[in-house]
Write a new protein. Structure first.
Length: 354
């Protein structure tokens, strides 16, 4: 070869269909993860402003447009006035159209962002698929993430519908927790897959990170904390106490135990609030162990976990002290999502294989 020797790397030797374009796919998934983070933040605002029941119909296509005329606004307002939330909670003064437009905006924006995320995932996925850019073994994972996004939209509607029937003036806190935890699980899945793809881009022989026993334990502990947090939001349990560390001047507050402690742990606002604020320290202990393990491989992941749970604890206390001030509570939910992201990073680092 004219005295020149071509050195073949492992990437050169691997078939193009097996290699794909992992770096581009990783960047795309990181971008979708940012959109999901924004979705969680907007969802928090929607919940805290009690905007979630302002749109009483689910129109996946035509619902992308808000009312464009005064007649359409009046029609939407009439539907909302027929809902249990308006009938039982609006008070004698009722609600003005301007007030309704405010809460309508947040629910509409929340749903619009869901549609944007769906398109931001589906269109690039189809493009990369047709171009043969998806590495071997990743198609099923990307399809699973896409299915999770679809479930998220369906769960959101089931949540809204739960607050539009009978005498319910709020959505079911169980459906709210399913809706939120699905979003957070999707966020973790996006980041995990993006990190796998980034490793593959750096080394074509890299294997996907495995889920270690420690990572599984930490995930379960954090899941319980997130579940309790979703129930606190759904039951408005954050409002039962504005003091910390005591509640009602005592460590363990009075709660309804007539149906048993287990029932109270899922329904009584005082007990759910108590469990959420003290299970947090069990979660912190588990996260510290994970961070120490991740530090051996990637110090940045360890630092991110520490910053996230430290900030989250402070914001949780501030949320209580301020009587669930809107922007403090929104920040608490946003950092909760960032904590999930940092934890997924740490779990991935702990499970990387040579």
């Amino acid at each position: 070869m004219d005295g020149q020797t071509k050195v073949l790397t492992r990437e050169d030797q691997a078939p193009r269909s097996a290699r794909g374009r992992p770096a581009a796919l990783a960047r795309w998934l990181f971008g979708v993860a940012l959109l999901v983070l924004a979705m969680v933040i907007v969802g928090g605002i929607t919940r805290l402003t009690e905007s979630g029941l302002s749109i009483t119909e689910w129109k996946p296509v035509t619902g992308a447009l808000p009312p464009l005329s005064d007649a359409q606004w009046q029609e939407e307002f009439a539907r909302y006035r027929a809902s249990p939330e308006y009938r039982y909670e609006s008070g004698p003064a009722g609600m003005t159209l301007a007030d309704f437009r405010f809460i309508y905006f947040w629910e509409w924006f929340h749903r619009l962002l869901g549609r944007v995320i769906g398109l931001a995932f589906a269109l690039p996925l189809a493009w990369y698929w047709l171009r043969g850019a998806i590495p071997a073994g990743y198609k099923w994972r990307l399809l699973a993430l896409f299915a999770l996004g679809g479930l998220q939209g369906a769960f959101g509607w089931f949540m809204v519908r739960s607050g539009l029937s009978g005498t319910m003036t709020d959505v079911s806190h169980f459906w709210l927790s399913i809706h939120l935890l699905t979003a957070l699980f999707t966020l973790g899945g996006l980041l995990w897959t993006a990190l796998d793809l980034r490793q593959l881009a750096r080394d074509p022989a890299a294997r996907s990170a495995r889920l270690t026993g420690l990572a599984t334990l930490v995930a379960v502990v954090l899941f319980v904390q997130l579940l309790l947090g979703a129930w606190v939001a759904g039951l408005n349990a954050g409002l039962v106490s504005d003091t910390w560390p005591l509640m009602q001047g005592r460590f363990v507050p009075e709660f309804d135990a007539a149906r048993g402690v287990l029932w109270g742990a899922a329904h009584d606002p005082f007990l759910v609030h108590f469990l959420h604020r003290w299970w947090a320290w069990i979660a912190v202990a588990a996260l510290i162990v994970l961070a120490r393990r991740a530090k051996r491989t990637d110090r940045r992941a360890s630092i991110s976990i520490h910053i996230a749970f430290g900030t989250q604890i402070l914001l949780g206390i501030a949320t209580v002290w301020t009587g669930v001030e809107l922007w403090v509570a929104v920040a608490h939910q946003a950092v909760g999502a960032l904590l999930v992201a940092a934890t997924a990073w740490g779990m991935h680092v702990a499970g990387r294989r040579a």
